[in-house]
Write a protein that binds this ligand. Structure first.
Ligand code: ADP
Ligand code: GN1
Ligand code: MG
Length: 374
């Protein structure tokens, strides 16, 4: 399945969202905008697909400032990282490009203090929500791995933290405990099994942070949201093209980037699959991703990092489950949801994957060793 970009003008100029439409005139598009509609499957920002009368396409986004409290930090990080990536990108389609505003800036701040930006739509690209195609998944891995490699010499401490403590799993657990204690939506009782599952694993949740404190996991420039739908592929060759969704690029652990791709892409079902029997960890997809990732950036990683890849997958999967559960208990303020139990369903899929990883620990480690040797 893809949410690819075949832009049927069948809808003509929709632009029901007048605010988004008005913002377009503030950017230096090639022509007059003639098409504007909501786009993509992201849980956070408001994203629109735009076409102008020269048939050039763009992505317009409003940053979610409930999630990103410091949008200026987000845009500064993004512009610095895009600038650096542009020096080594194989072609303009391999890196995001921000379209300038009419007054020469790279983003627009409106009267409500909302931040807007426009990217060139990467032409002939396709984006997947899910795949069981091994070569496609391998491509996503080598694209994220190449992103790490390209930024290996970037001064990591020059980046701000766009969300402080984003992948600090023990801090996520503290927020979760608070949500349980407050029970402000009366949802605790209905989520008792999931709450128990999370609490039973709290001690293991701190493993990466502890290893970092001991000096084992270095801070690197990481993406921190390495879902399959945050990489674009060439529509024709199906080769990985470009890493997108750079809002969470900040200092982090390489193993977390690896792990986030696993929990999303090496599952046999969607992140919000309601039928839990369909959800399992695919060891084939896991090994394929490890091969692709390590082929691109293995030489830049320290042995400790390679040895911690499985823990990265485990921790980030647990963390995402805990985050979805916390948001469910708090009344769904953070993630976009389509129905009342949506976050609880998402939490269950993550916890199913956590259980699978507990059972498959040895097989996962063996797969990493094989992939590292290739
Ligand atoms: P979110 O933070 O909400 O996930 P993204 O930045 O990932 O937002 O964008 C949402 C979707 O829009 C992506 O999954 C992708 O399909 C599409 N998209 C974003 N930027 C581009 C781009 N420059 N070119 C083509 N498609 C894009
Ligand atoms: C959010 O924006 P999107 O949909 O790519 C979230 C990630 C979660 C993910 C779960 C800023 O990502 O951390 O892992 O949903 N992004 C933010 O699907 O919180
Ligand atoms: Mg995204």
């Amino acid at each position: 399945m893809s949410n690819a970009s075949s832009i049927g003008i069948d809808d003509g100029l929709l632009a029901k969202d007048t605010t988004a439409k008005e913002r377009l005139h503030l950017f230096q598009l090639d022509g007059e905008p003639i098409f504007c509609r909501r786009y993509g499957g992201g849980h956070i920002n408001d994203t629109y697909l735009i076409m102008d009368d020269t048939a050039r396409t763009y992505i317009l986004q409003k940053i979610n400032t409930f999630v990103f409290k410091d949008p200026l930090c987000v845009m500064r990080n993004i512009t610095a990282v895009i600038d650096s990536l542009s020096h080594t990108a194989q072609s303009p389609r391999h890196v995001l490009e921000l379209v300038q505003t009419r007054d020469g800036g790279l983003w627009h701040v409106d009267e409500a203090n909302d931040y807007w930006r426009v990217y060139s739509f990467i032409t002939d690209s396709v984006c997947y929500q899910k795949t069981d195609n091994l070569s496609l998944f391998y491509e996503s891995a080598s694209t994220f791995g190449a992103f790490q490699k390209q930024l290996a010499d970037f001064p990591v401490h020059s980046l701000g933290y766009t969300i402080p403590g984003f992948h600090d799993t023990p801090t996520r657990y503290r927020a979760f405990r608070e949500a349980v204690n407050e029970d402000r939506c009366g949802r605790v009782q209905g989520a008792a099994r999931e709450i128990e599952f999370a609490l039973e694993r709290e001690t293991r949740a701190g493993a990466l942070m502890e290893r970092h404190a001991e000096g084992a996991l270095p801070l690197r420039v990481t993406h921190n949201d390495t879902k399959l739908n945050n990489v674009l592929f060439d529509r024709r060759t199906r080769k990985g093209l470009c890493v997108i969704d750079l809002d969470t690029v900040m200092p982090g652990f390489s193993v977390t980037d690896f792990g986030d791709s696993i929990r999303f892409g090496a599952s046999t079902a969607a992140e919000d699959e309601p039928c839990i029997d369909k959800v399992s960890l695919s060891l084939r997809l896991f090994e394929t991703y490890a091969e692709g990732f390590l082929s691109a950036c293995g030489a830049y990683l320290e042995p400790d990092e390679i040895a911690s890849l499985c823990d990265g997958a485990y921790t980030i999967t647990l963390e995402n489950g805990v985050r979805f559960l916390t948001d469910y208990l708090c009344g769904d303020e953070y993630y976009r949801t389509a129905y009342k139990e949506h976050n609880l369903i998402r939490c269950r899929t993550q916890f199913k994957l956590v259980s699978d990883m507990e059972k498959a620990e040895d097989a996962m480690q063996a797969a990493i060793r094989r992939a590292a040797k290739k």
